[in-house]
Write a protein that binds this ligand. Structure first.
Ligand SMILES: *[C@@H]1O[C@H](CO)[C@@H](O)[C@H](O)[C@H]1NC(C)=O
Length: 268
């Protein structure tokens, strides 16, 4: 999504990470066994039926408000849930003032829906998370749905677990800086069907993580994020429009559906 922040990150991330040394030495046996079983099974922190109890797990709009870097303004009315499926709907709108982000203006041509997880996610030394969900995502020009993680403070870090930029492809991206980004696009088959996307995030060093991306059970690519350890993330599901997906977007309404979101915590 290439989130542009007004603020450069002032956090001394490397210094923070150094303050949390990796546990490399031999641990007492009981502790080691406990760690091993917990690391192997993980702890479910967002359950597959989270949309059945929406207010427990999710909030409306972006964590910073209704606007971002595209042609949609988010509105609670454009979010609905039924049978544990979340539906975000974008509809053409006129007379909306432009959105402002990172000192740039974006003409607003749609009202659409966005939600973010109430919980924040911080990879701890030796730990990580799995993020998984099923999607029915639009791929037409001007539609820009995504399921992504972005830094609570500053920017980056950002991991686009799944992003569709109006090209018929799906993109998997990890940002070190705005110009240092790993971006991997693959053809997105039959968008009218459900597809399962999973990102597995684990520490690669005291400061860095690796991210493995899977689609429908098949491994797609591995990327690395610098200084992601001990950095808090928001998890966002949005149906942004135009922007990176081109314009004009569709003249009719567009929907983005997601179900079975599951987040598993593998932190020690
Ligand atoms: C980001 O930083 C990590 C850790 O240094 C490195 O392995 C990776 O290649 C970098 N990614 C890009 C796109 O430069």
């Amino acid at each position: 999504m290439r989130r542009v922040s007004l603020f450069a990150s002032a956090l001394p991330l490397a210094g923070l990470a150094a303050a949390y040394p990796r546990v490399d030495g031999p641990a007492p046996q009981a502790a080691a066994v406990q760690f091993a079983s917990r690391a192997a099974t993980g702890k479910t922190v967002i359950p597959k039926d989270s949309f059945n109890s929406f207010d427990t797990h999710w909030s409306y709009n972006y964590p910073w408000g209704t606007d971002h870097n595209g042609g949609a303004r988010m509105n609670k009315q454009k979010v609905s849930t039924a049978n544990d499926v979340l539906t975000l709907t974008a509809s053409p709108a006129t007379g909306e003032p432009p959105a402002t982000n990172g000192g740039q203006q974006y003409p607003v041509h749609y009202l659409s829906g966005t939600v973010f997880a109430k919980q924040q996610f911080t990879v701890k030394p030796g730990g990580g998370y799995d993020f998984e969900a099923d999607f029915k995502a639009p791929v037409a020009k001007g539609t820009w749905p995504a399921f992504w993680l972005t830094a609570v403070k500053g920017w980056p870090p950002e991991i686009d677990i799944a992003e569709w930029k109006g090209s018929g492809k799906i993109s998997f991206n990890t940002f070190n800086t705005s110009s240092q980004v790993a971006a991997h696009d693959v053809t997105y088959p039959s968008p009218e069907n459900w597809h399962t996307i999973r990102a597995q995030i684990r520490t690669a060093s005291a400061t860095d993580v690796w991210v493995k991306f899977f689609m429908d059970g098949g491994e797609i690519t591995t990327q690395y994020g610098k200084n992601y350890v001990n950095s808090a993330f928001y998890l966002i599901v949005d149906l942004q429009m135009e922007g990176s997906s081109g314009s004009p977007g569709p003249s009719a309404g567009t929907t983005f559906q997601i179900r079975n979101v599951q987040v598993t915590d593998y932190n020690p």
